[in-house]
Every structure is written in C-alpha cells, then in structure tokens.
Write a protein that binds this ligand. Sequence first.
Ligand SMILES: [Zn+2]
Ligand SMILES: [Zn+2]
Length: 306
Amino acid sequence: MKGRAIHNYLVTLYAEQQPDTLLKYLTKQGADPALVCYDAHYALRICLEKDLLEASVSLSALLGQWEAGVGRALRDNPAAALKLARRADPEIAYTLYKNIAEHVISKNQDVSEAMALLAECPELKIEDILPFFSDIVNIDDFREPICQSLQEYNNQIEELKAEMEEATKSAEYVRSEIQSFRNCSVLVSVTDSCSLCALALLLRPFYLFPCAHRFHADCLRAEIQPTLGPARRNKLADLQRQLNTFTNAELSAATSNGLPLREVIRNEIDDIVASECVYCGEHMIQCIDKPFISDEDWDRVKREWE
Ligand SMILES: [Zn+2]
Ligand SMILES: [Zn+2]
C-alpha cells in the first residue's frame, strides 16, 4: 500500500501542476478500478476540488458513478457527457441520454441535436424528450421520429393481436378437447387385467385412462410414488394417512366447497397419482435414460441369469 500513497501524491502533484499530464496518467492506468495504482475516490475528490472536468469525468466512469459524471460534464462540456454516455452499460445509458437530452433541449431548444441523441440511443423515444421542448417549437420538425415511434407501437399492437388470436385458438382447441373427453367412453370387461400386475382389474378399485391403460389404484400409486419429488411424496402420504385415520363422520363432513372431505382428499390423491397415464405420459419420457435394471437390483438380477 506504500506504492498507492506515492501514486496518490503523484495525482495531487499532477492536479496542481500539470493537469494535462494527469489525464494521460489516468488513461495509462487503465479502466479497471481494481488494477489502478492510485485511490480512485481520492483522485476524484482532488479533481473536483481543482475543478478538472475531464479528469473527474473519466474517474466517475472508472468508479461507475455514471449519472454524477454526466451531471458534472453537462455543466460546461456536453460533449464530454456524451462521451461518457457512450461508454456506459445499455441499462444505464437510457437515463444518461435522457439527462443529456433534457439539458441540451432546455438550454437551446435544438431540434437537430435532440434528433441526433435519439439516433444514438435506440431506447430513447421521442415521447421521452418531447416534454423538454417548450410549447412554441414547431411540431413539423418531429414528424419523422413521431411517425417512426407510432409505427413501432403499431407493430407491437399487431404482434399482441396475433398472440391473442393464437391464445384464443388454443383455448378453443382445449375446450373442444374437453368436450370430446366428456363424450368418450371405455368398456371394462370382467376379463380385463391391470396393466401393471396383470391380475383381474375388477378385484380392487382401479384407474382407467383414455389411452385404454388400466391400473389398480394401489398398483399405480406404488409405481408413481418413487418418481415424485419429496414435497409431493409427503403430500400423498399425508392424504393417505388422513383417509385411513379420520373417522367416518369426519370424512363425511362437508368442506367449504360443498363436497365431503373424503371426496376432496380423493380428488387431491387423483391429481397426484393419476394426472396422466404412467405408460403414455411425460413420466415415461423422463425415464428414457433410466436403465431397465436399477443399480440396487443389478447384482440380484445378474445372479438370476447365471
Ligand atoms: Zn394391479
Ligand atoms: Zn396409457
């Protein structure tokens, strides 16, 4: 840190004796605040004290104090402010350009200069800077940017319209899909078997999917359970526990939406277990990279084959 003290002293000397050399020195030190040899905050204070505009603007940029830097530069050197705005990140550039535009316009109502700023910063729109002009400025000068801005809005409206149409179409599709499901029926015969355990389906409560796969409720639950995330798995266990431990009276009590508690719990279990067919839904797709034989079963299966 001894070196830093010497560099800080050098900055002070330059600021007092040779302001031009100070600028060269700052440029030479680079634009990374972590790598410069002097204390940037100290240097900025000295430059502000000595009223060294260019050096203080460049130090503001180094320290990321963009708005303050532009504000300082605008006092007597708008060109330096513009230089600073060009170096800033796009997120802050909009605010900087707007500040510059406000300064330039309120000072001399210069339309061409304002237009140049618009051209330089695409984020800055004509409507951002119009309020800075006095009422007597002829609107003819703004015709082109206003038309351009309106055109852009028009395009955005068109895009939104297209998106809305798309959304309406897919809503209609979903509606007709739901309607067709309502009229859809699947026949269950006595000889049907569970797609998981191959035992007769009608022996126990079962789920029937539109794809014609059919599973015993407990078989499907056992198949789905290991694939659930911890939160949903706990939720399922909890619902199951409620169903088993609550008394009949408790389960028959009506809930706030009018359904008995038993129905509500069963619906929630259905949502978790039977939201899609275990063979045809996304679950199967996610399993595509899983080996047929899991790691823990590997040794056992291998022995069986020997
Ligand atoms: Zn089964
Ligand atoms: Zn299926």
